[in-house]
Design a protein around this ligand. Structure first.
Ligand SMILES: Cc1ncc(COP(=O)(O)O)c(C=O)c1O
Length: 413
């Protein structure tokens, strides 16, 4: 693929003259698009005149006549409600098109399964979420013959360049990474990938488009776990990819069609409601997590704090440049390894021990035994997944209550 092929068009907006959603030159802001993109009560599903977009739960769409193919046909690949969510997500990320998936992990699987063939390779790092690592380290190499190369020094663009060859189909960056908040320079890695004719995919799950716009920095494809901040309260499981329409429709009809499915109508509809408050939530997540990071960094029982808003973060300047806030995901290492982590986590009264993040209520999780247990101890060490590492998803509570909970739990160690 030549560099010229990587393009980004203006996001979807409603054009009242043509009564269609288009991408004319529009200066609608992010928050306006979070509320309006993809749906106008007087233009779409006009028969309902519904202020709130209707849910269409049907899984199949009957033929009127033998030779008139309905659109959509069947709910594995397209429904009106998921299509609306897809338009909104594409608009928020600033991409041409979007395809949802049953989860973020499935979105990743579908994208790579569609793009790579046996003998091809994908370039990434060990700074990825647990199931992403497992797909890269075992599922794809062992079952599909697709090699994954883990860049040794992801802070150095040269290190990415060294791994790319003629069989490279994709460069995949997760930034900031889960769970250690490593920040990768999207523009620099994008330049390297494009100079070798390879597209760049950025997993924007942890920051969301409210805080980071990878497509403006050169990303061609965005991966999202909708499950996390986008939905925001652990009631939805879903994922999405955003990118050039040709690629997205190729994945839809040549992979999702066979190993589906897109997000279900009710989940899509719920997500549309939750997206309306995305940027306000991300602001509050950011304010709360910043105060907690500042509290933890001075705590005598805490060895290290991973938070992109701390000046001690190794890529602090880069994080300031490419993100407009730290978001709610952070992690810290407690003195005393796994046994101390267990004491702290069992002592929380407000912060819940559960496997997800991005929720309105705060959550903690132990990556070394839960999400990153498939990595070898050496690999975990390379990315800072210490035995004492506790991942925190800072919610929307009053921050003083969270600090008090952390303080009393750390006091038990
Ligand atoms: C950064 C990131 N991307 C993608 C995913 C996958 O999302 P899901 O849990 O919806 O499969 C996760 C899950 O933890 C994640 O942390």
């Amino acid at each position: 693929m030549e560099k010229e092929l990587f393009f980004m068009r203006d996001p979807w907006v409603y054009d009242s003259q043509s009564e269609q959603f288009q991408r004319p030159d529009s200066n609608l802001g992010f928050d306006t698009r979070a509320l309006h993109a993809g749906y106008h009560p007087l233009g779409d599903m006009e028969q309902f005149r519904a202020f709130v977009p209707p849910i269409v739960p049907s899984m199949t769409y009957p033929y009127k006549r033998f030779d008139e193919i309905p659109y959509p046909v069947y709910g594995r690949t397209k429904t009106p409600t998921a299509a609306l969510l897809e338009k909104r997500l594409a608009s928020l990320e600033g991409g041409e098109a979007c395809l949802t998936a049953a989860s973020g992990s499935q979105a990743l699987f579908n994208l790579i399964f569609n793009m790579a063939r046996p003998g091809d390779n994908v370039i990434t790092t060990l700074n990825t979420f647990g199931e992403g690592y497992k797909q890269a380290a075992t599922i794809f190499p062992e079952r599909c013959g697709v090699e994954f190369r883990f860049v040794e020094n992801p802070a150095d663009p040269e290190s990415w360049d060294q791994e790319i060859d003629d069989a490279t189909k994709l460069v995949w960056v997760e930034t900031p990474s889960n769970p250690t908040l490593f920040v990768t320079d999207i523009a620099a890695v994008g330049d390297v990938a494009h100079s070798r004719g390879v597209p760049l995919m950025v997993d924007n799950t942890t920051a969301t488009a409210a805080l980071q716009k990878p497509m403006e920095l050169g990303a061609d494809i965005i991966l999202l776990s909708v499950t996390k901040f986008l939905a925001g309260n652990a009631t939805v499981l879903g994922g999405a990819i955003v990118g050039p329409e040709e690629l997205i429709e190729d994945v839809r009809w040549n992979t999702t069609e066979f190993v589906g499915a897109i997000m279900q109508p009710f989940d899509s509809w719920l997500t549309l409601q939750y997206l309306e408050t995305l940027s306000m939530r991300m602001e509050r997540h950011s304010l709360n997590s910043q105060k907690i990071a500042e509290f933890l960094v001075d705590h005598p029982k805490v060895k290290q704090v991973n938070h992109t808003g701390l000046a001690s973060h190794p890529q602090y300047d880069l994080a300031q440049k490419q993100m407009s806030g730290p978001g709610g995901l952070m992690s810290f290492v407690v003195e005393g390894g796994v046994s101390s982590a267990a004491i702290v986590m069992d002592s929380f009264q407000l912060i819940c021990h559960a496997v997800t993040f991005g929720t309105s209520r705060s959550i903690c999780m132990h990556p070394a035994t839960i999400t990153h247990e498939h990595m070898t101890p050496k690999e975990r060490a390379a990315v800072g997944v210490d035995d004492g590492l506790i991942r925190l998803s800072i919610g929307l509570e009053n921050v003083d209550d969270l600090i008090a909970d952390l303080d009393q739990a750390l006091g038990k160690v």
